[in-house]
Design a protein around this ligand. Structure first.
Ligand code: PEP
Ligand code: MN
Length: 448
């Protein structure tokens, strides 16, 4: 356990990471502009409060104990320019529908977390991008620069972090309004599932499953798939340390520091270096945190990472998000899960079946095959169940909209269909029907 008097000072939170190498940070061109943006954020209202972070931590503790299931999803990257505020409600509704299917499948309450209200910064594999002989800085998310391929748009602008904070506050208001409305009521998700099943190519099987879900309504409580009606938490990758640090506040009730930019923050696959700035910053905040774990992860490194991020082994503090790829998950994941269990550590294991399965389409779009996503998810369940461990949840890039970004699924989207409604500025998302297809197909597989 953490010693009682080991309270990291706020000063250490704000400065500790600065002496470590920070991967994936923008080269802000103007120190005065950065200082001004950080000053504005430091004086801005928190987006979430410590007690709500603690509540999510207690929910995730149930996931870690095998008593609940996590459904986490949303955009790869949110966009500041999108004026479509109703999209927030459509994604929240889709998450609730997913929660309803997964809750039935697992016979467990579901904790629902959106990649929303802060998912504006992206790690990239290269620093620049070249098109037709022109080389420009890579797009790093709307918190940093613009997506358009012009020198002006691609120049990092720290004031964008302030816009992200304001926009995230507005998104939170929309989410709260949605979650308090009748659309988040228990009947609404079932109704939507009934309509989805009636229109699906695998209609007979999907309708039978929907009826089972309806009959079992009591199983998932009165929440219609939510752990508690209308309970939806916010999450994003804690990538931009200037932004996160400026929004970190000490909870006066306990003296503990919290990131107030979102309930749950995660460290990405590219920034989980043990000696790096991200691990240092994350080790000092009291929120529930997650880490992406890719196929190259070594068990020894993972144990050291767990020691850094969850020294007290508090259930719910740490969620591990496996993103191995369909071809690797059955080979790589067992050793890691076994080692964590052998060392007696309490973590939640969830599957991100998206990021290990990205391919290029002939049209040059980044895409993912529905069948690969389903296969990785099935592999994750095989591995965890085979080891007597709890498959704790799913982490998806998805939207409530009818986009054409991933190929396959019930509607049979092909490579040629991608340009039609490809809206993502970063990775391809499952559209609403593909997301539900995934849940129904997985439920079928696990039932077999
Ligand atoms: C992401 O979640 O969008 C992402 C970049 O993931 P990863 O760190 O697993 O590559
Ligand atoms: Mn992504």
């Amino acid at each position: 356990m953490t010693p009682l008097l080991d309270l990291p000072s706020a000063h250490a939170v704000h400065t500790g990471w600065r002496s470590r190498p920070a991967a994936q940070q923008p080269a802000w061109p103007d120190p005065a502009a950065l200082e001004s943006a950080v000053g504005t954020l430091t004086a801005s209202a928190p987006l979430v409060l410590p007690r709500a972070c603690d509540l999510l931590k207690s929910r995730l503790a149930a996931v870690a104990r095998g008593e609940a299931f996590l459904v986490q999803g949303g955009d790869c990257a949110e966009s500041l320019d999108s004026a479509d505020t109703a999209a927030v409600g459509r994604t929240a509704s889709t998450l609730q529908q997913l929660a309803t299917v997964f809750g039935y499948m697992m016979s467990l309450p579901v904790v629902t977390v959106a990649r929303m209200a802060g998912q504006y910064a992206k790690p990239r594999s290269a620093g620049t991008e070249t098109r037709q002989g022109v080389e420009l800085p890579v797009y790093r998310g709307d918190a940093v620069n613009g997506h358009a391929f012009t020198a002006a748009a691609r120049a990092p602008d720290p004031h964008r972090m302030v816009r992200v904070h304001r926009r995230s506050g507005a998104t939170l208001l929309l989410v709260r309004a949605h979650c308090a409305s009748e659309q988040a009521g228990p009947g609404y998700a079932l109704d939507a599932l009934r309509k989805f099943a009636a229109g699906a190519p695998e209609r007979a099987r999907y309708e039978a499953l929907t009826q089972e879900i309806e009959r079992a309504g009591g199983f998932i409580g009165t929440g219609g798939g939510w752990h508690t009606p209308g309970e939806l938490f916010m999450s994003h990758e804690g990538l931009l340390l200037d932004y996160e640090s400026a929004l970190t506040r000490v909870d006066t009730a306990t003296g503990r520091p919290y990131a107030t930019s979102g309930h749950l923050l995660w460290i990405g696959e590219r920034t989980r270096l043990l000696g790096g700035a991200h691990v240092e910053y994350f080790s000092r905040i009291s929120n529930p945190v997650a880490v992406k774990v890719g196929p190259g992860a070594e068990a020894d490194d993972l144990m050291r990472l767990i020691d850094r991020l969850s020294p007290g082994d508090e259930p719910g503090r740490l969620t591990l998000v496996a993103r191995m790829g369909a071809g690797r998950v059955r080979e790589v994941l067992p050793g890691l899960v076994e080692r964590v269990a052998a060392e007696g550590r309490t973590v939640a294991w969830v599957s991100d079946p998206m990021h290990g399965n990205t391919i290029g389409s002939p049209s040059g779009h980044k895409t993912r095959r529905f069948d690969d996503i389903l296969d990785e998810l099935a592999g994750f369940f095989e591995v965890l169940l085979g080891l007597g461990a709890h498959p704790g949840g799913v982490h998806l890039e998805m939207t409530g909209d009818d986009v054409t970004e991933c190929v396959g699924g019930g509607a049979g989207i092909g490579f040629a269909d991608l340009p039609e409604r490809y809206r993502s500025v970063c990775d391809p998302r499952l559209n609403r029907d593909q997301s539900l297809d995934l849940a129904y197909r997985l439920a079928d597989l696990l039932d077999a």
